[in-house]
Each structure stands twice: as C-alpha cells, then as structure tokens.
Design a protein around this ligand. Sequence first.
Ligand SMILES: CC(C)(COP(=O)(O)OP(=O)(O)OC[C@H]1O[C@@H](n2cnc3c(N)ncnc32)[C@H](O)[C@@H]1OP(=O)(O)O)[C@@H](O)C(=O)NCCC(=O)NCCS
Length: 152
Amino acid sequence: MEKKVKIRGLTIKDLPAIIEIDRKVLGEPRPEYWKRKIEVSEFRPPLASLVAEVEGKVIGFILGDVSGWEFGVPDNTGMIETVGVDPAFQRQGIARLLSEELIRSFKLNGVQKINTLVEWDDWDLLQFFHTMGFKRGRRVNLELDLTEQPEK
Ligand SMILES: CC(C)(COP(=O)(O)OP(=O)(O)OC[C@H]1O[C@@H](n2cnc3c(N)ncnc32)[C@H](O)[C@@H]1OP(=O)(O)O)[C@@H](O)C(=O)NCCC(=O)NCCS
C-alpha cells in the first residue's frame, strides 16, 4: 500500500468504524454485537486488539485475547477472535500488518501458541491464516443443534 498505515490499540471510539467495516463485509449491521465485544476487549491485555488507520480513518481491525485456564487451554495461549478489513483496502497487506503486530504483542506477553476458529468454507480467512503460517490444531469443534432436539 502506498499510503502510510498506522497500527494502534483499539478503543471504544473505534466502535462505529468497526460496525461499518463489518457491515461492508457481511451485509448486515450488528451494532449491539460489536458494542458488547468491544466493551469486553477494554478489559483484555493491552494491545490484544488493534486497528489499522489510513489518513485517520480506521480500515481494519483485529480482536485478540490471552486466555486464562479454561477448557484445558493453558495460560500461554493467545486467541484471535476476529479480523476484518474494509473491502476497499483488502489484498494490500493490512490484515498481515495487524496480525504481525498482534503476534509481536502476544510474544511480549509470554504467549506461545495462538488459536483461532474459522468457518470451514470461509476461504478468504482460511487462505489468509494459511499464509500467516497457521495449521490445523489439536482441538475439534463440537456442536449440538438445539433446534434439532426433540421437546422433553
Ligand atoms: C481475510 C481478510 C482479513 C484478509 O485481509 P487483507 O488485508 O485483504 O489480507 P492481506 O492483504 O494482509 O493478505 C495477506 C496474505 O493472505 C492471503 N490472502 C488474504 N486474503 C486472501 C484471499 N481473499 N484469497 C487468497 N489469499 C488471500 C494472501 O497470501 C495475502 O498475500 P498476497 O496478497 O501478497 O498474496 C479480509 O479478506 C477480510 O476482512 N475478510 C472478511 C473476514 C470476516 O468475515 N471478518 C469478520 C467480519 S468483519
């Protein structure tokens, strides 16, 4: 990308920009969903959630976390919850910059492994994480569809 990209920590003020990027990517605005997610991210380790800015405009974000001891996941595990880039700025290395910076910050916090979950047919995200060196992990996603359960 020719223009200068600035990566910085995400704050609650970035909420409208993130809602807008998500709407552009997925089609539907989800303001309540993002409000909850971003409020929670303020209590997470510093620089676990980042935004990318070009000329003062937020064009991409990444939400990460470092886990406590839950579901057998040890403390030194980082998590990438979501990454999103404005479609007008995709394929210009923005998500790569965001994730490289997040990985740097995870390393400083003692993280040794990073997990993420991706829908099996989300090719953009799969290709992106593959390029970043992610491989299939040891855990398997289990799901129970309650709409298919008989009434008891
Ligand atoms: C996946 C996503 C984050 C990638 O962002 P990006 O800024 O375009 O990615 P980058 O330009 O940093 O890509 C780095 C590398 O990943 C790979 N890659 C990224 N997107 C790819 C795609 N669509 N197809 C194939 N490879 C891809 C490439 O190897 C790329 O390097 P290259 O462009 O030099 O070939 C972006 O497409 C996106 O936001 N998708 C929607 C994700 C989503 O649903 N998020 C939740 C709601 S916002």
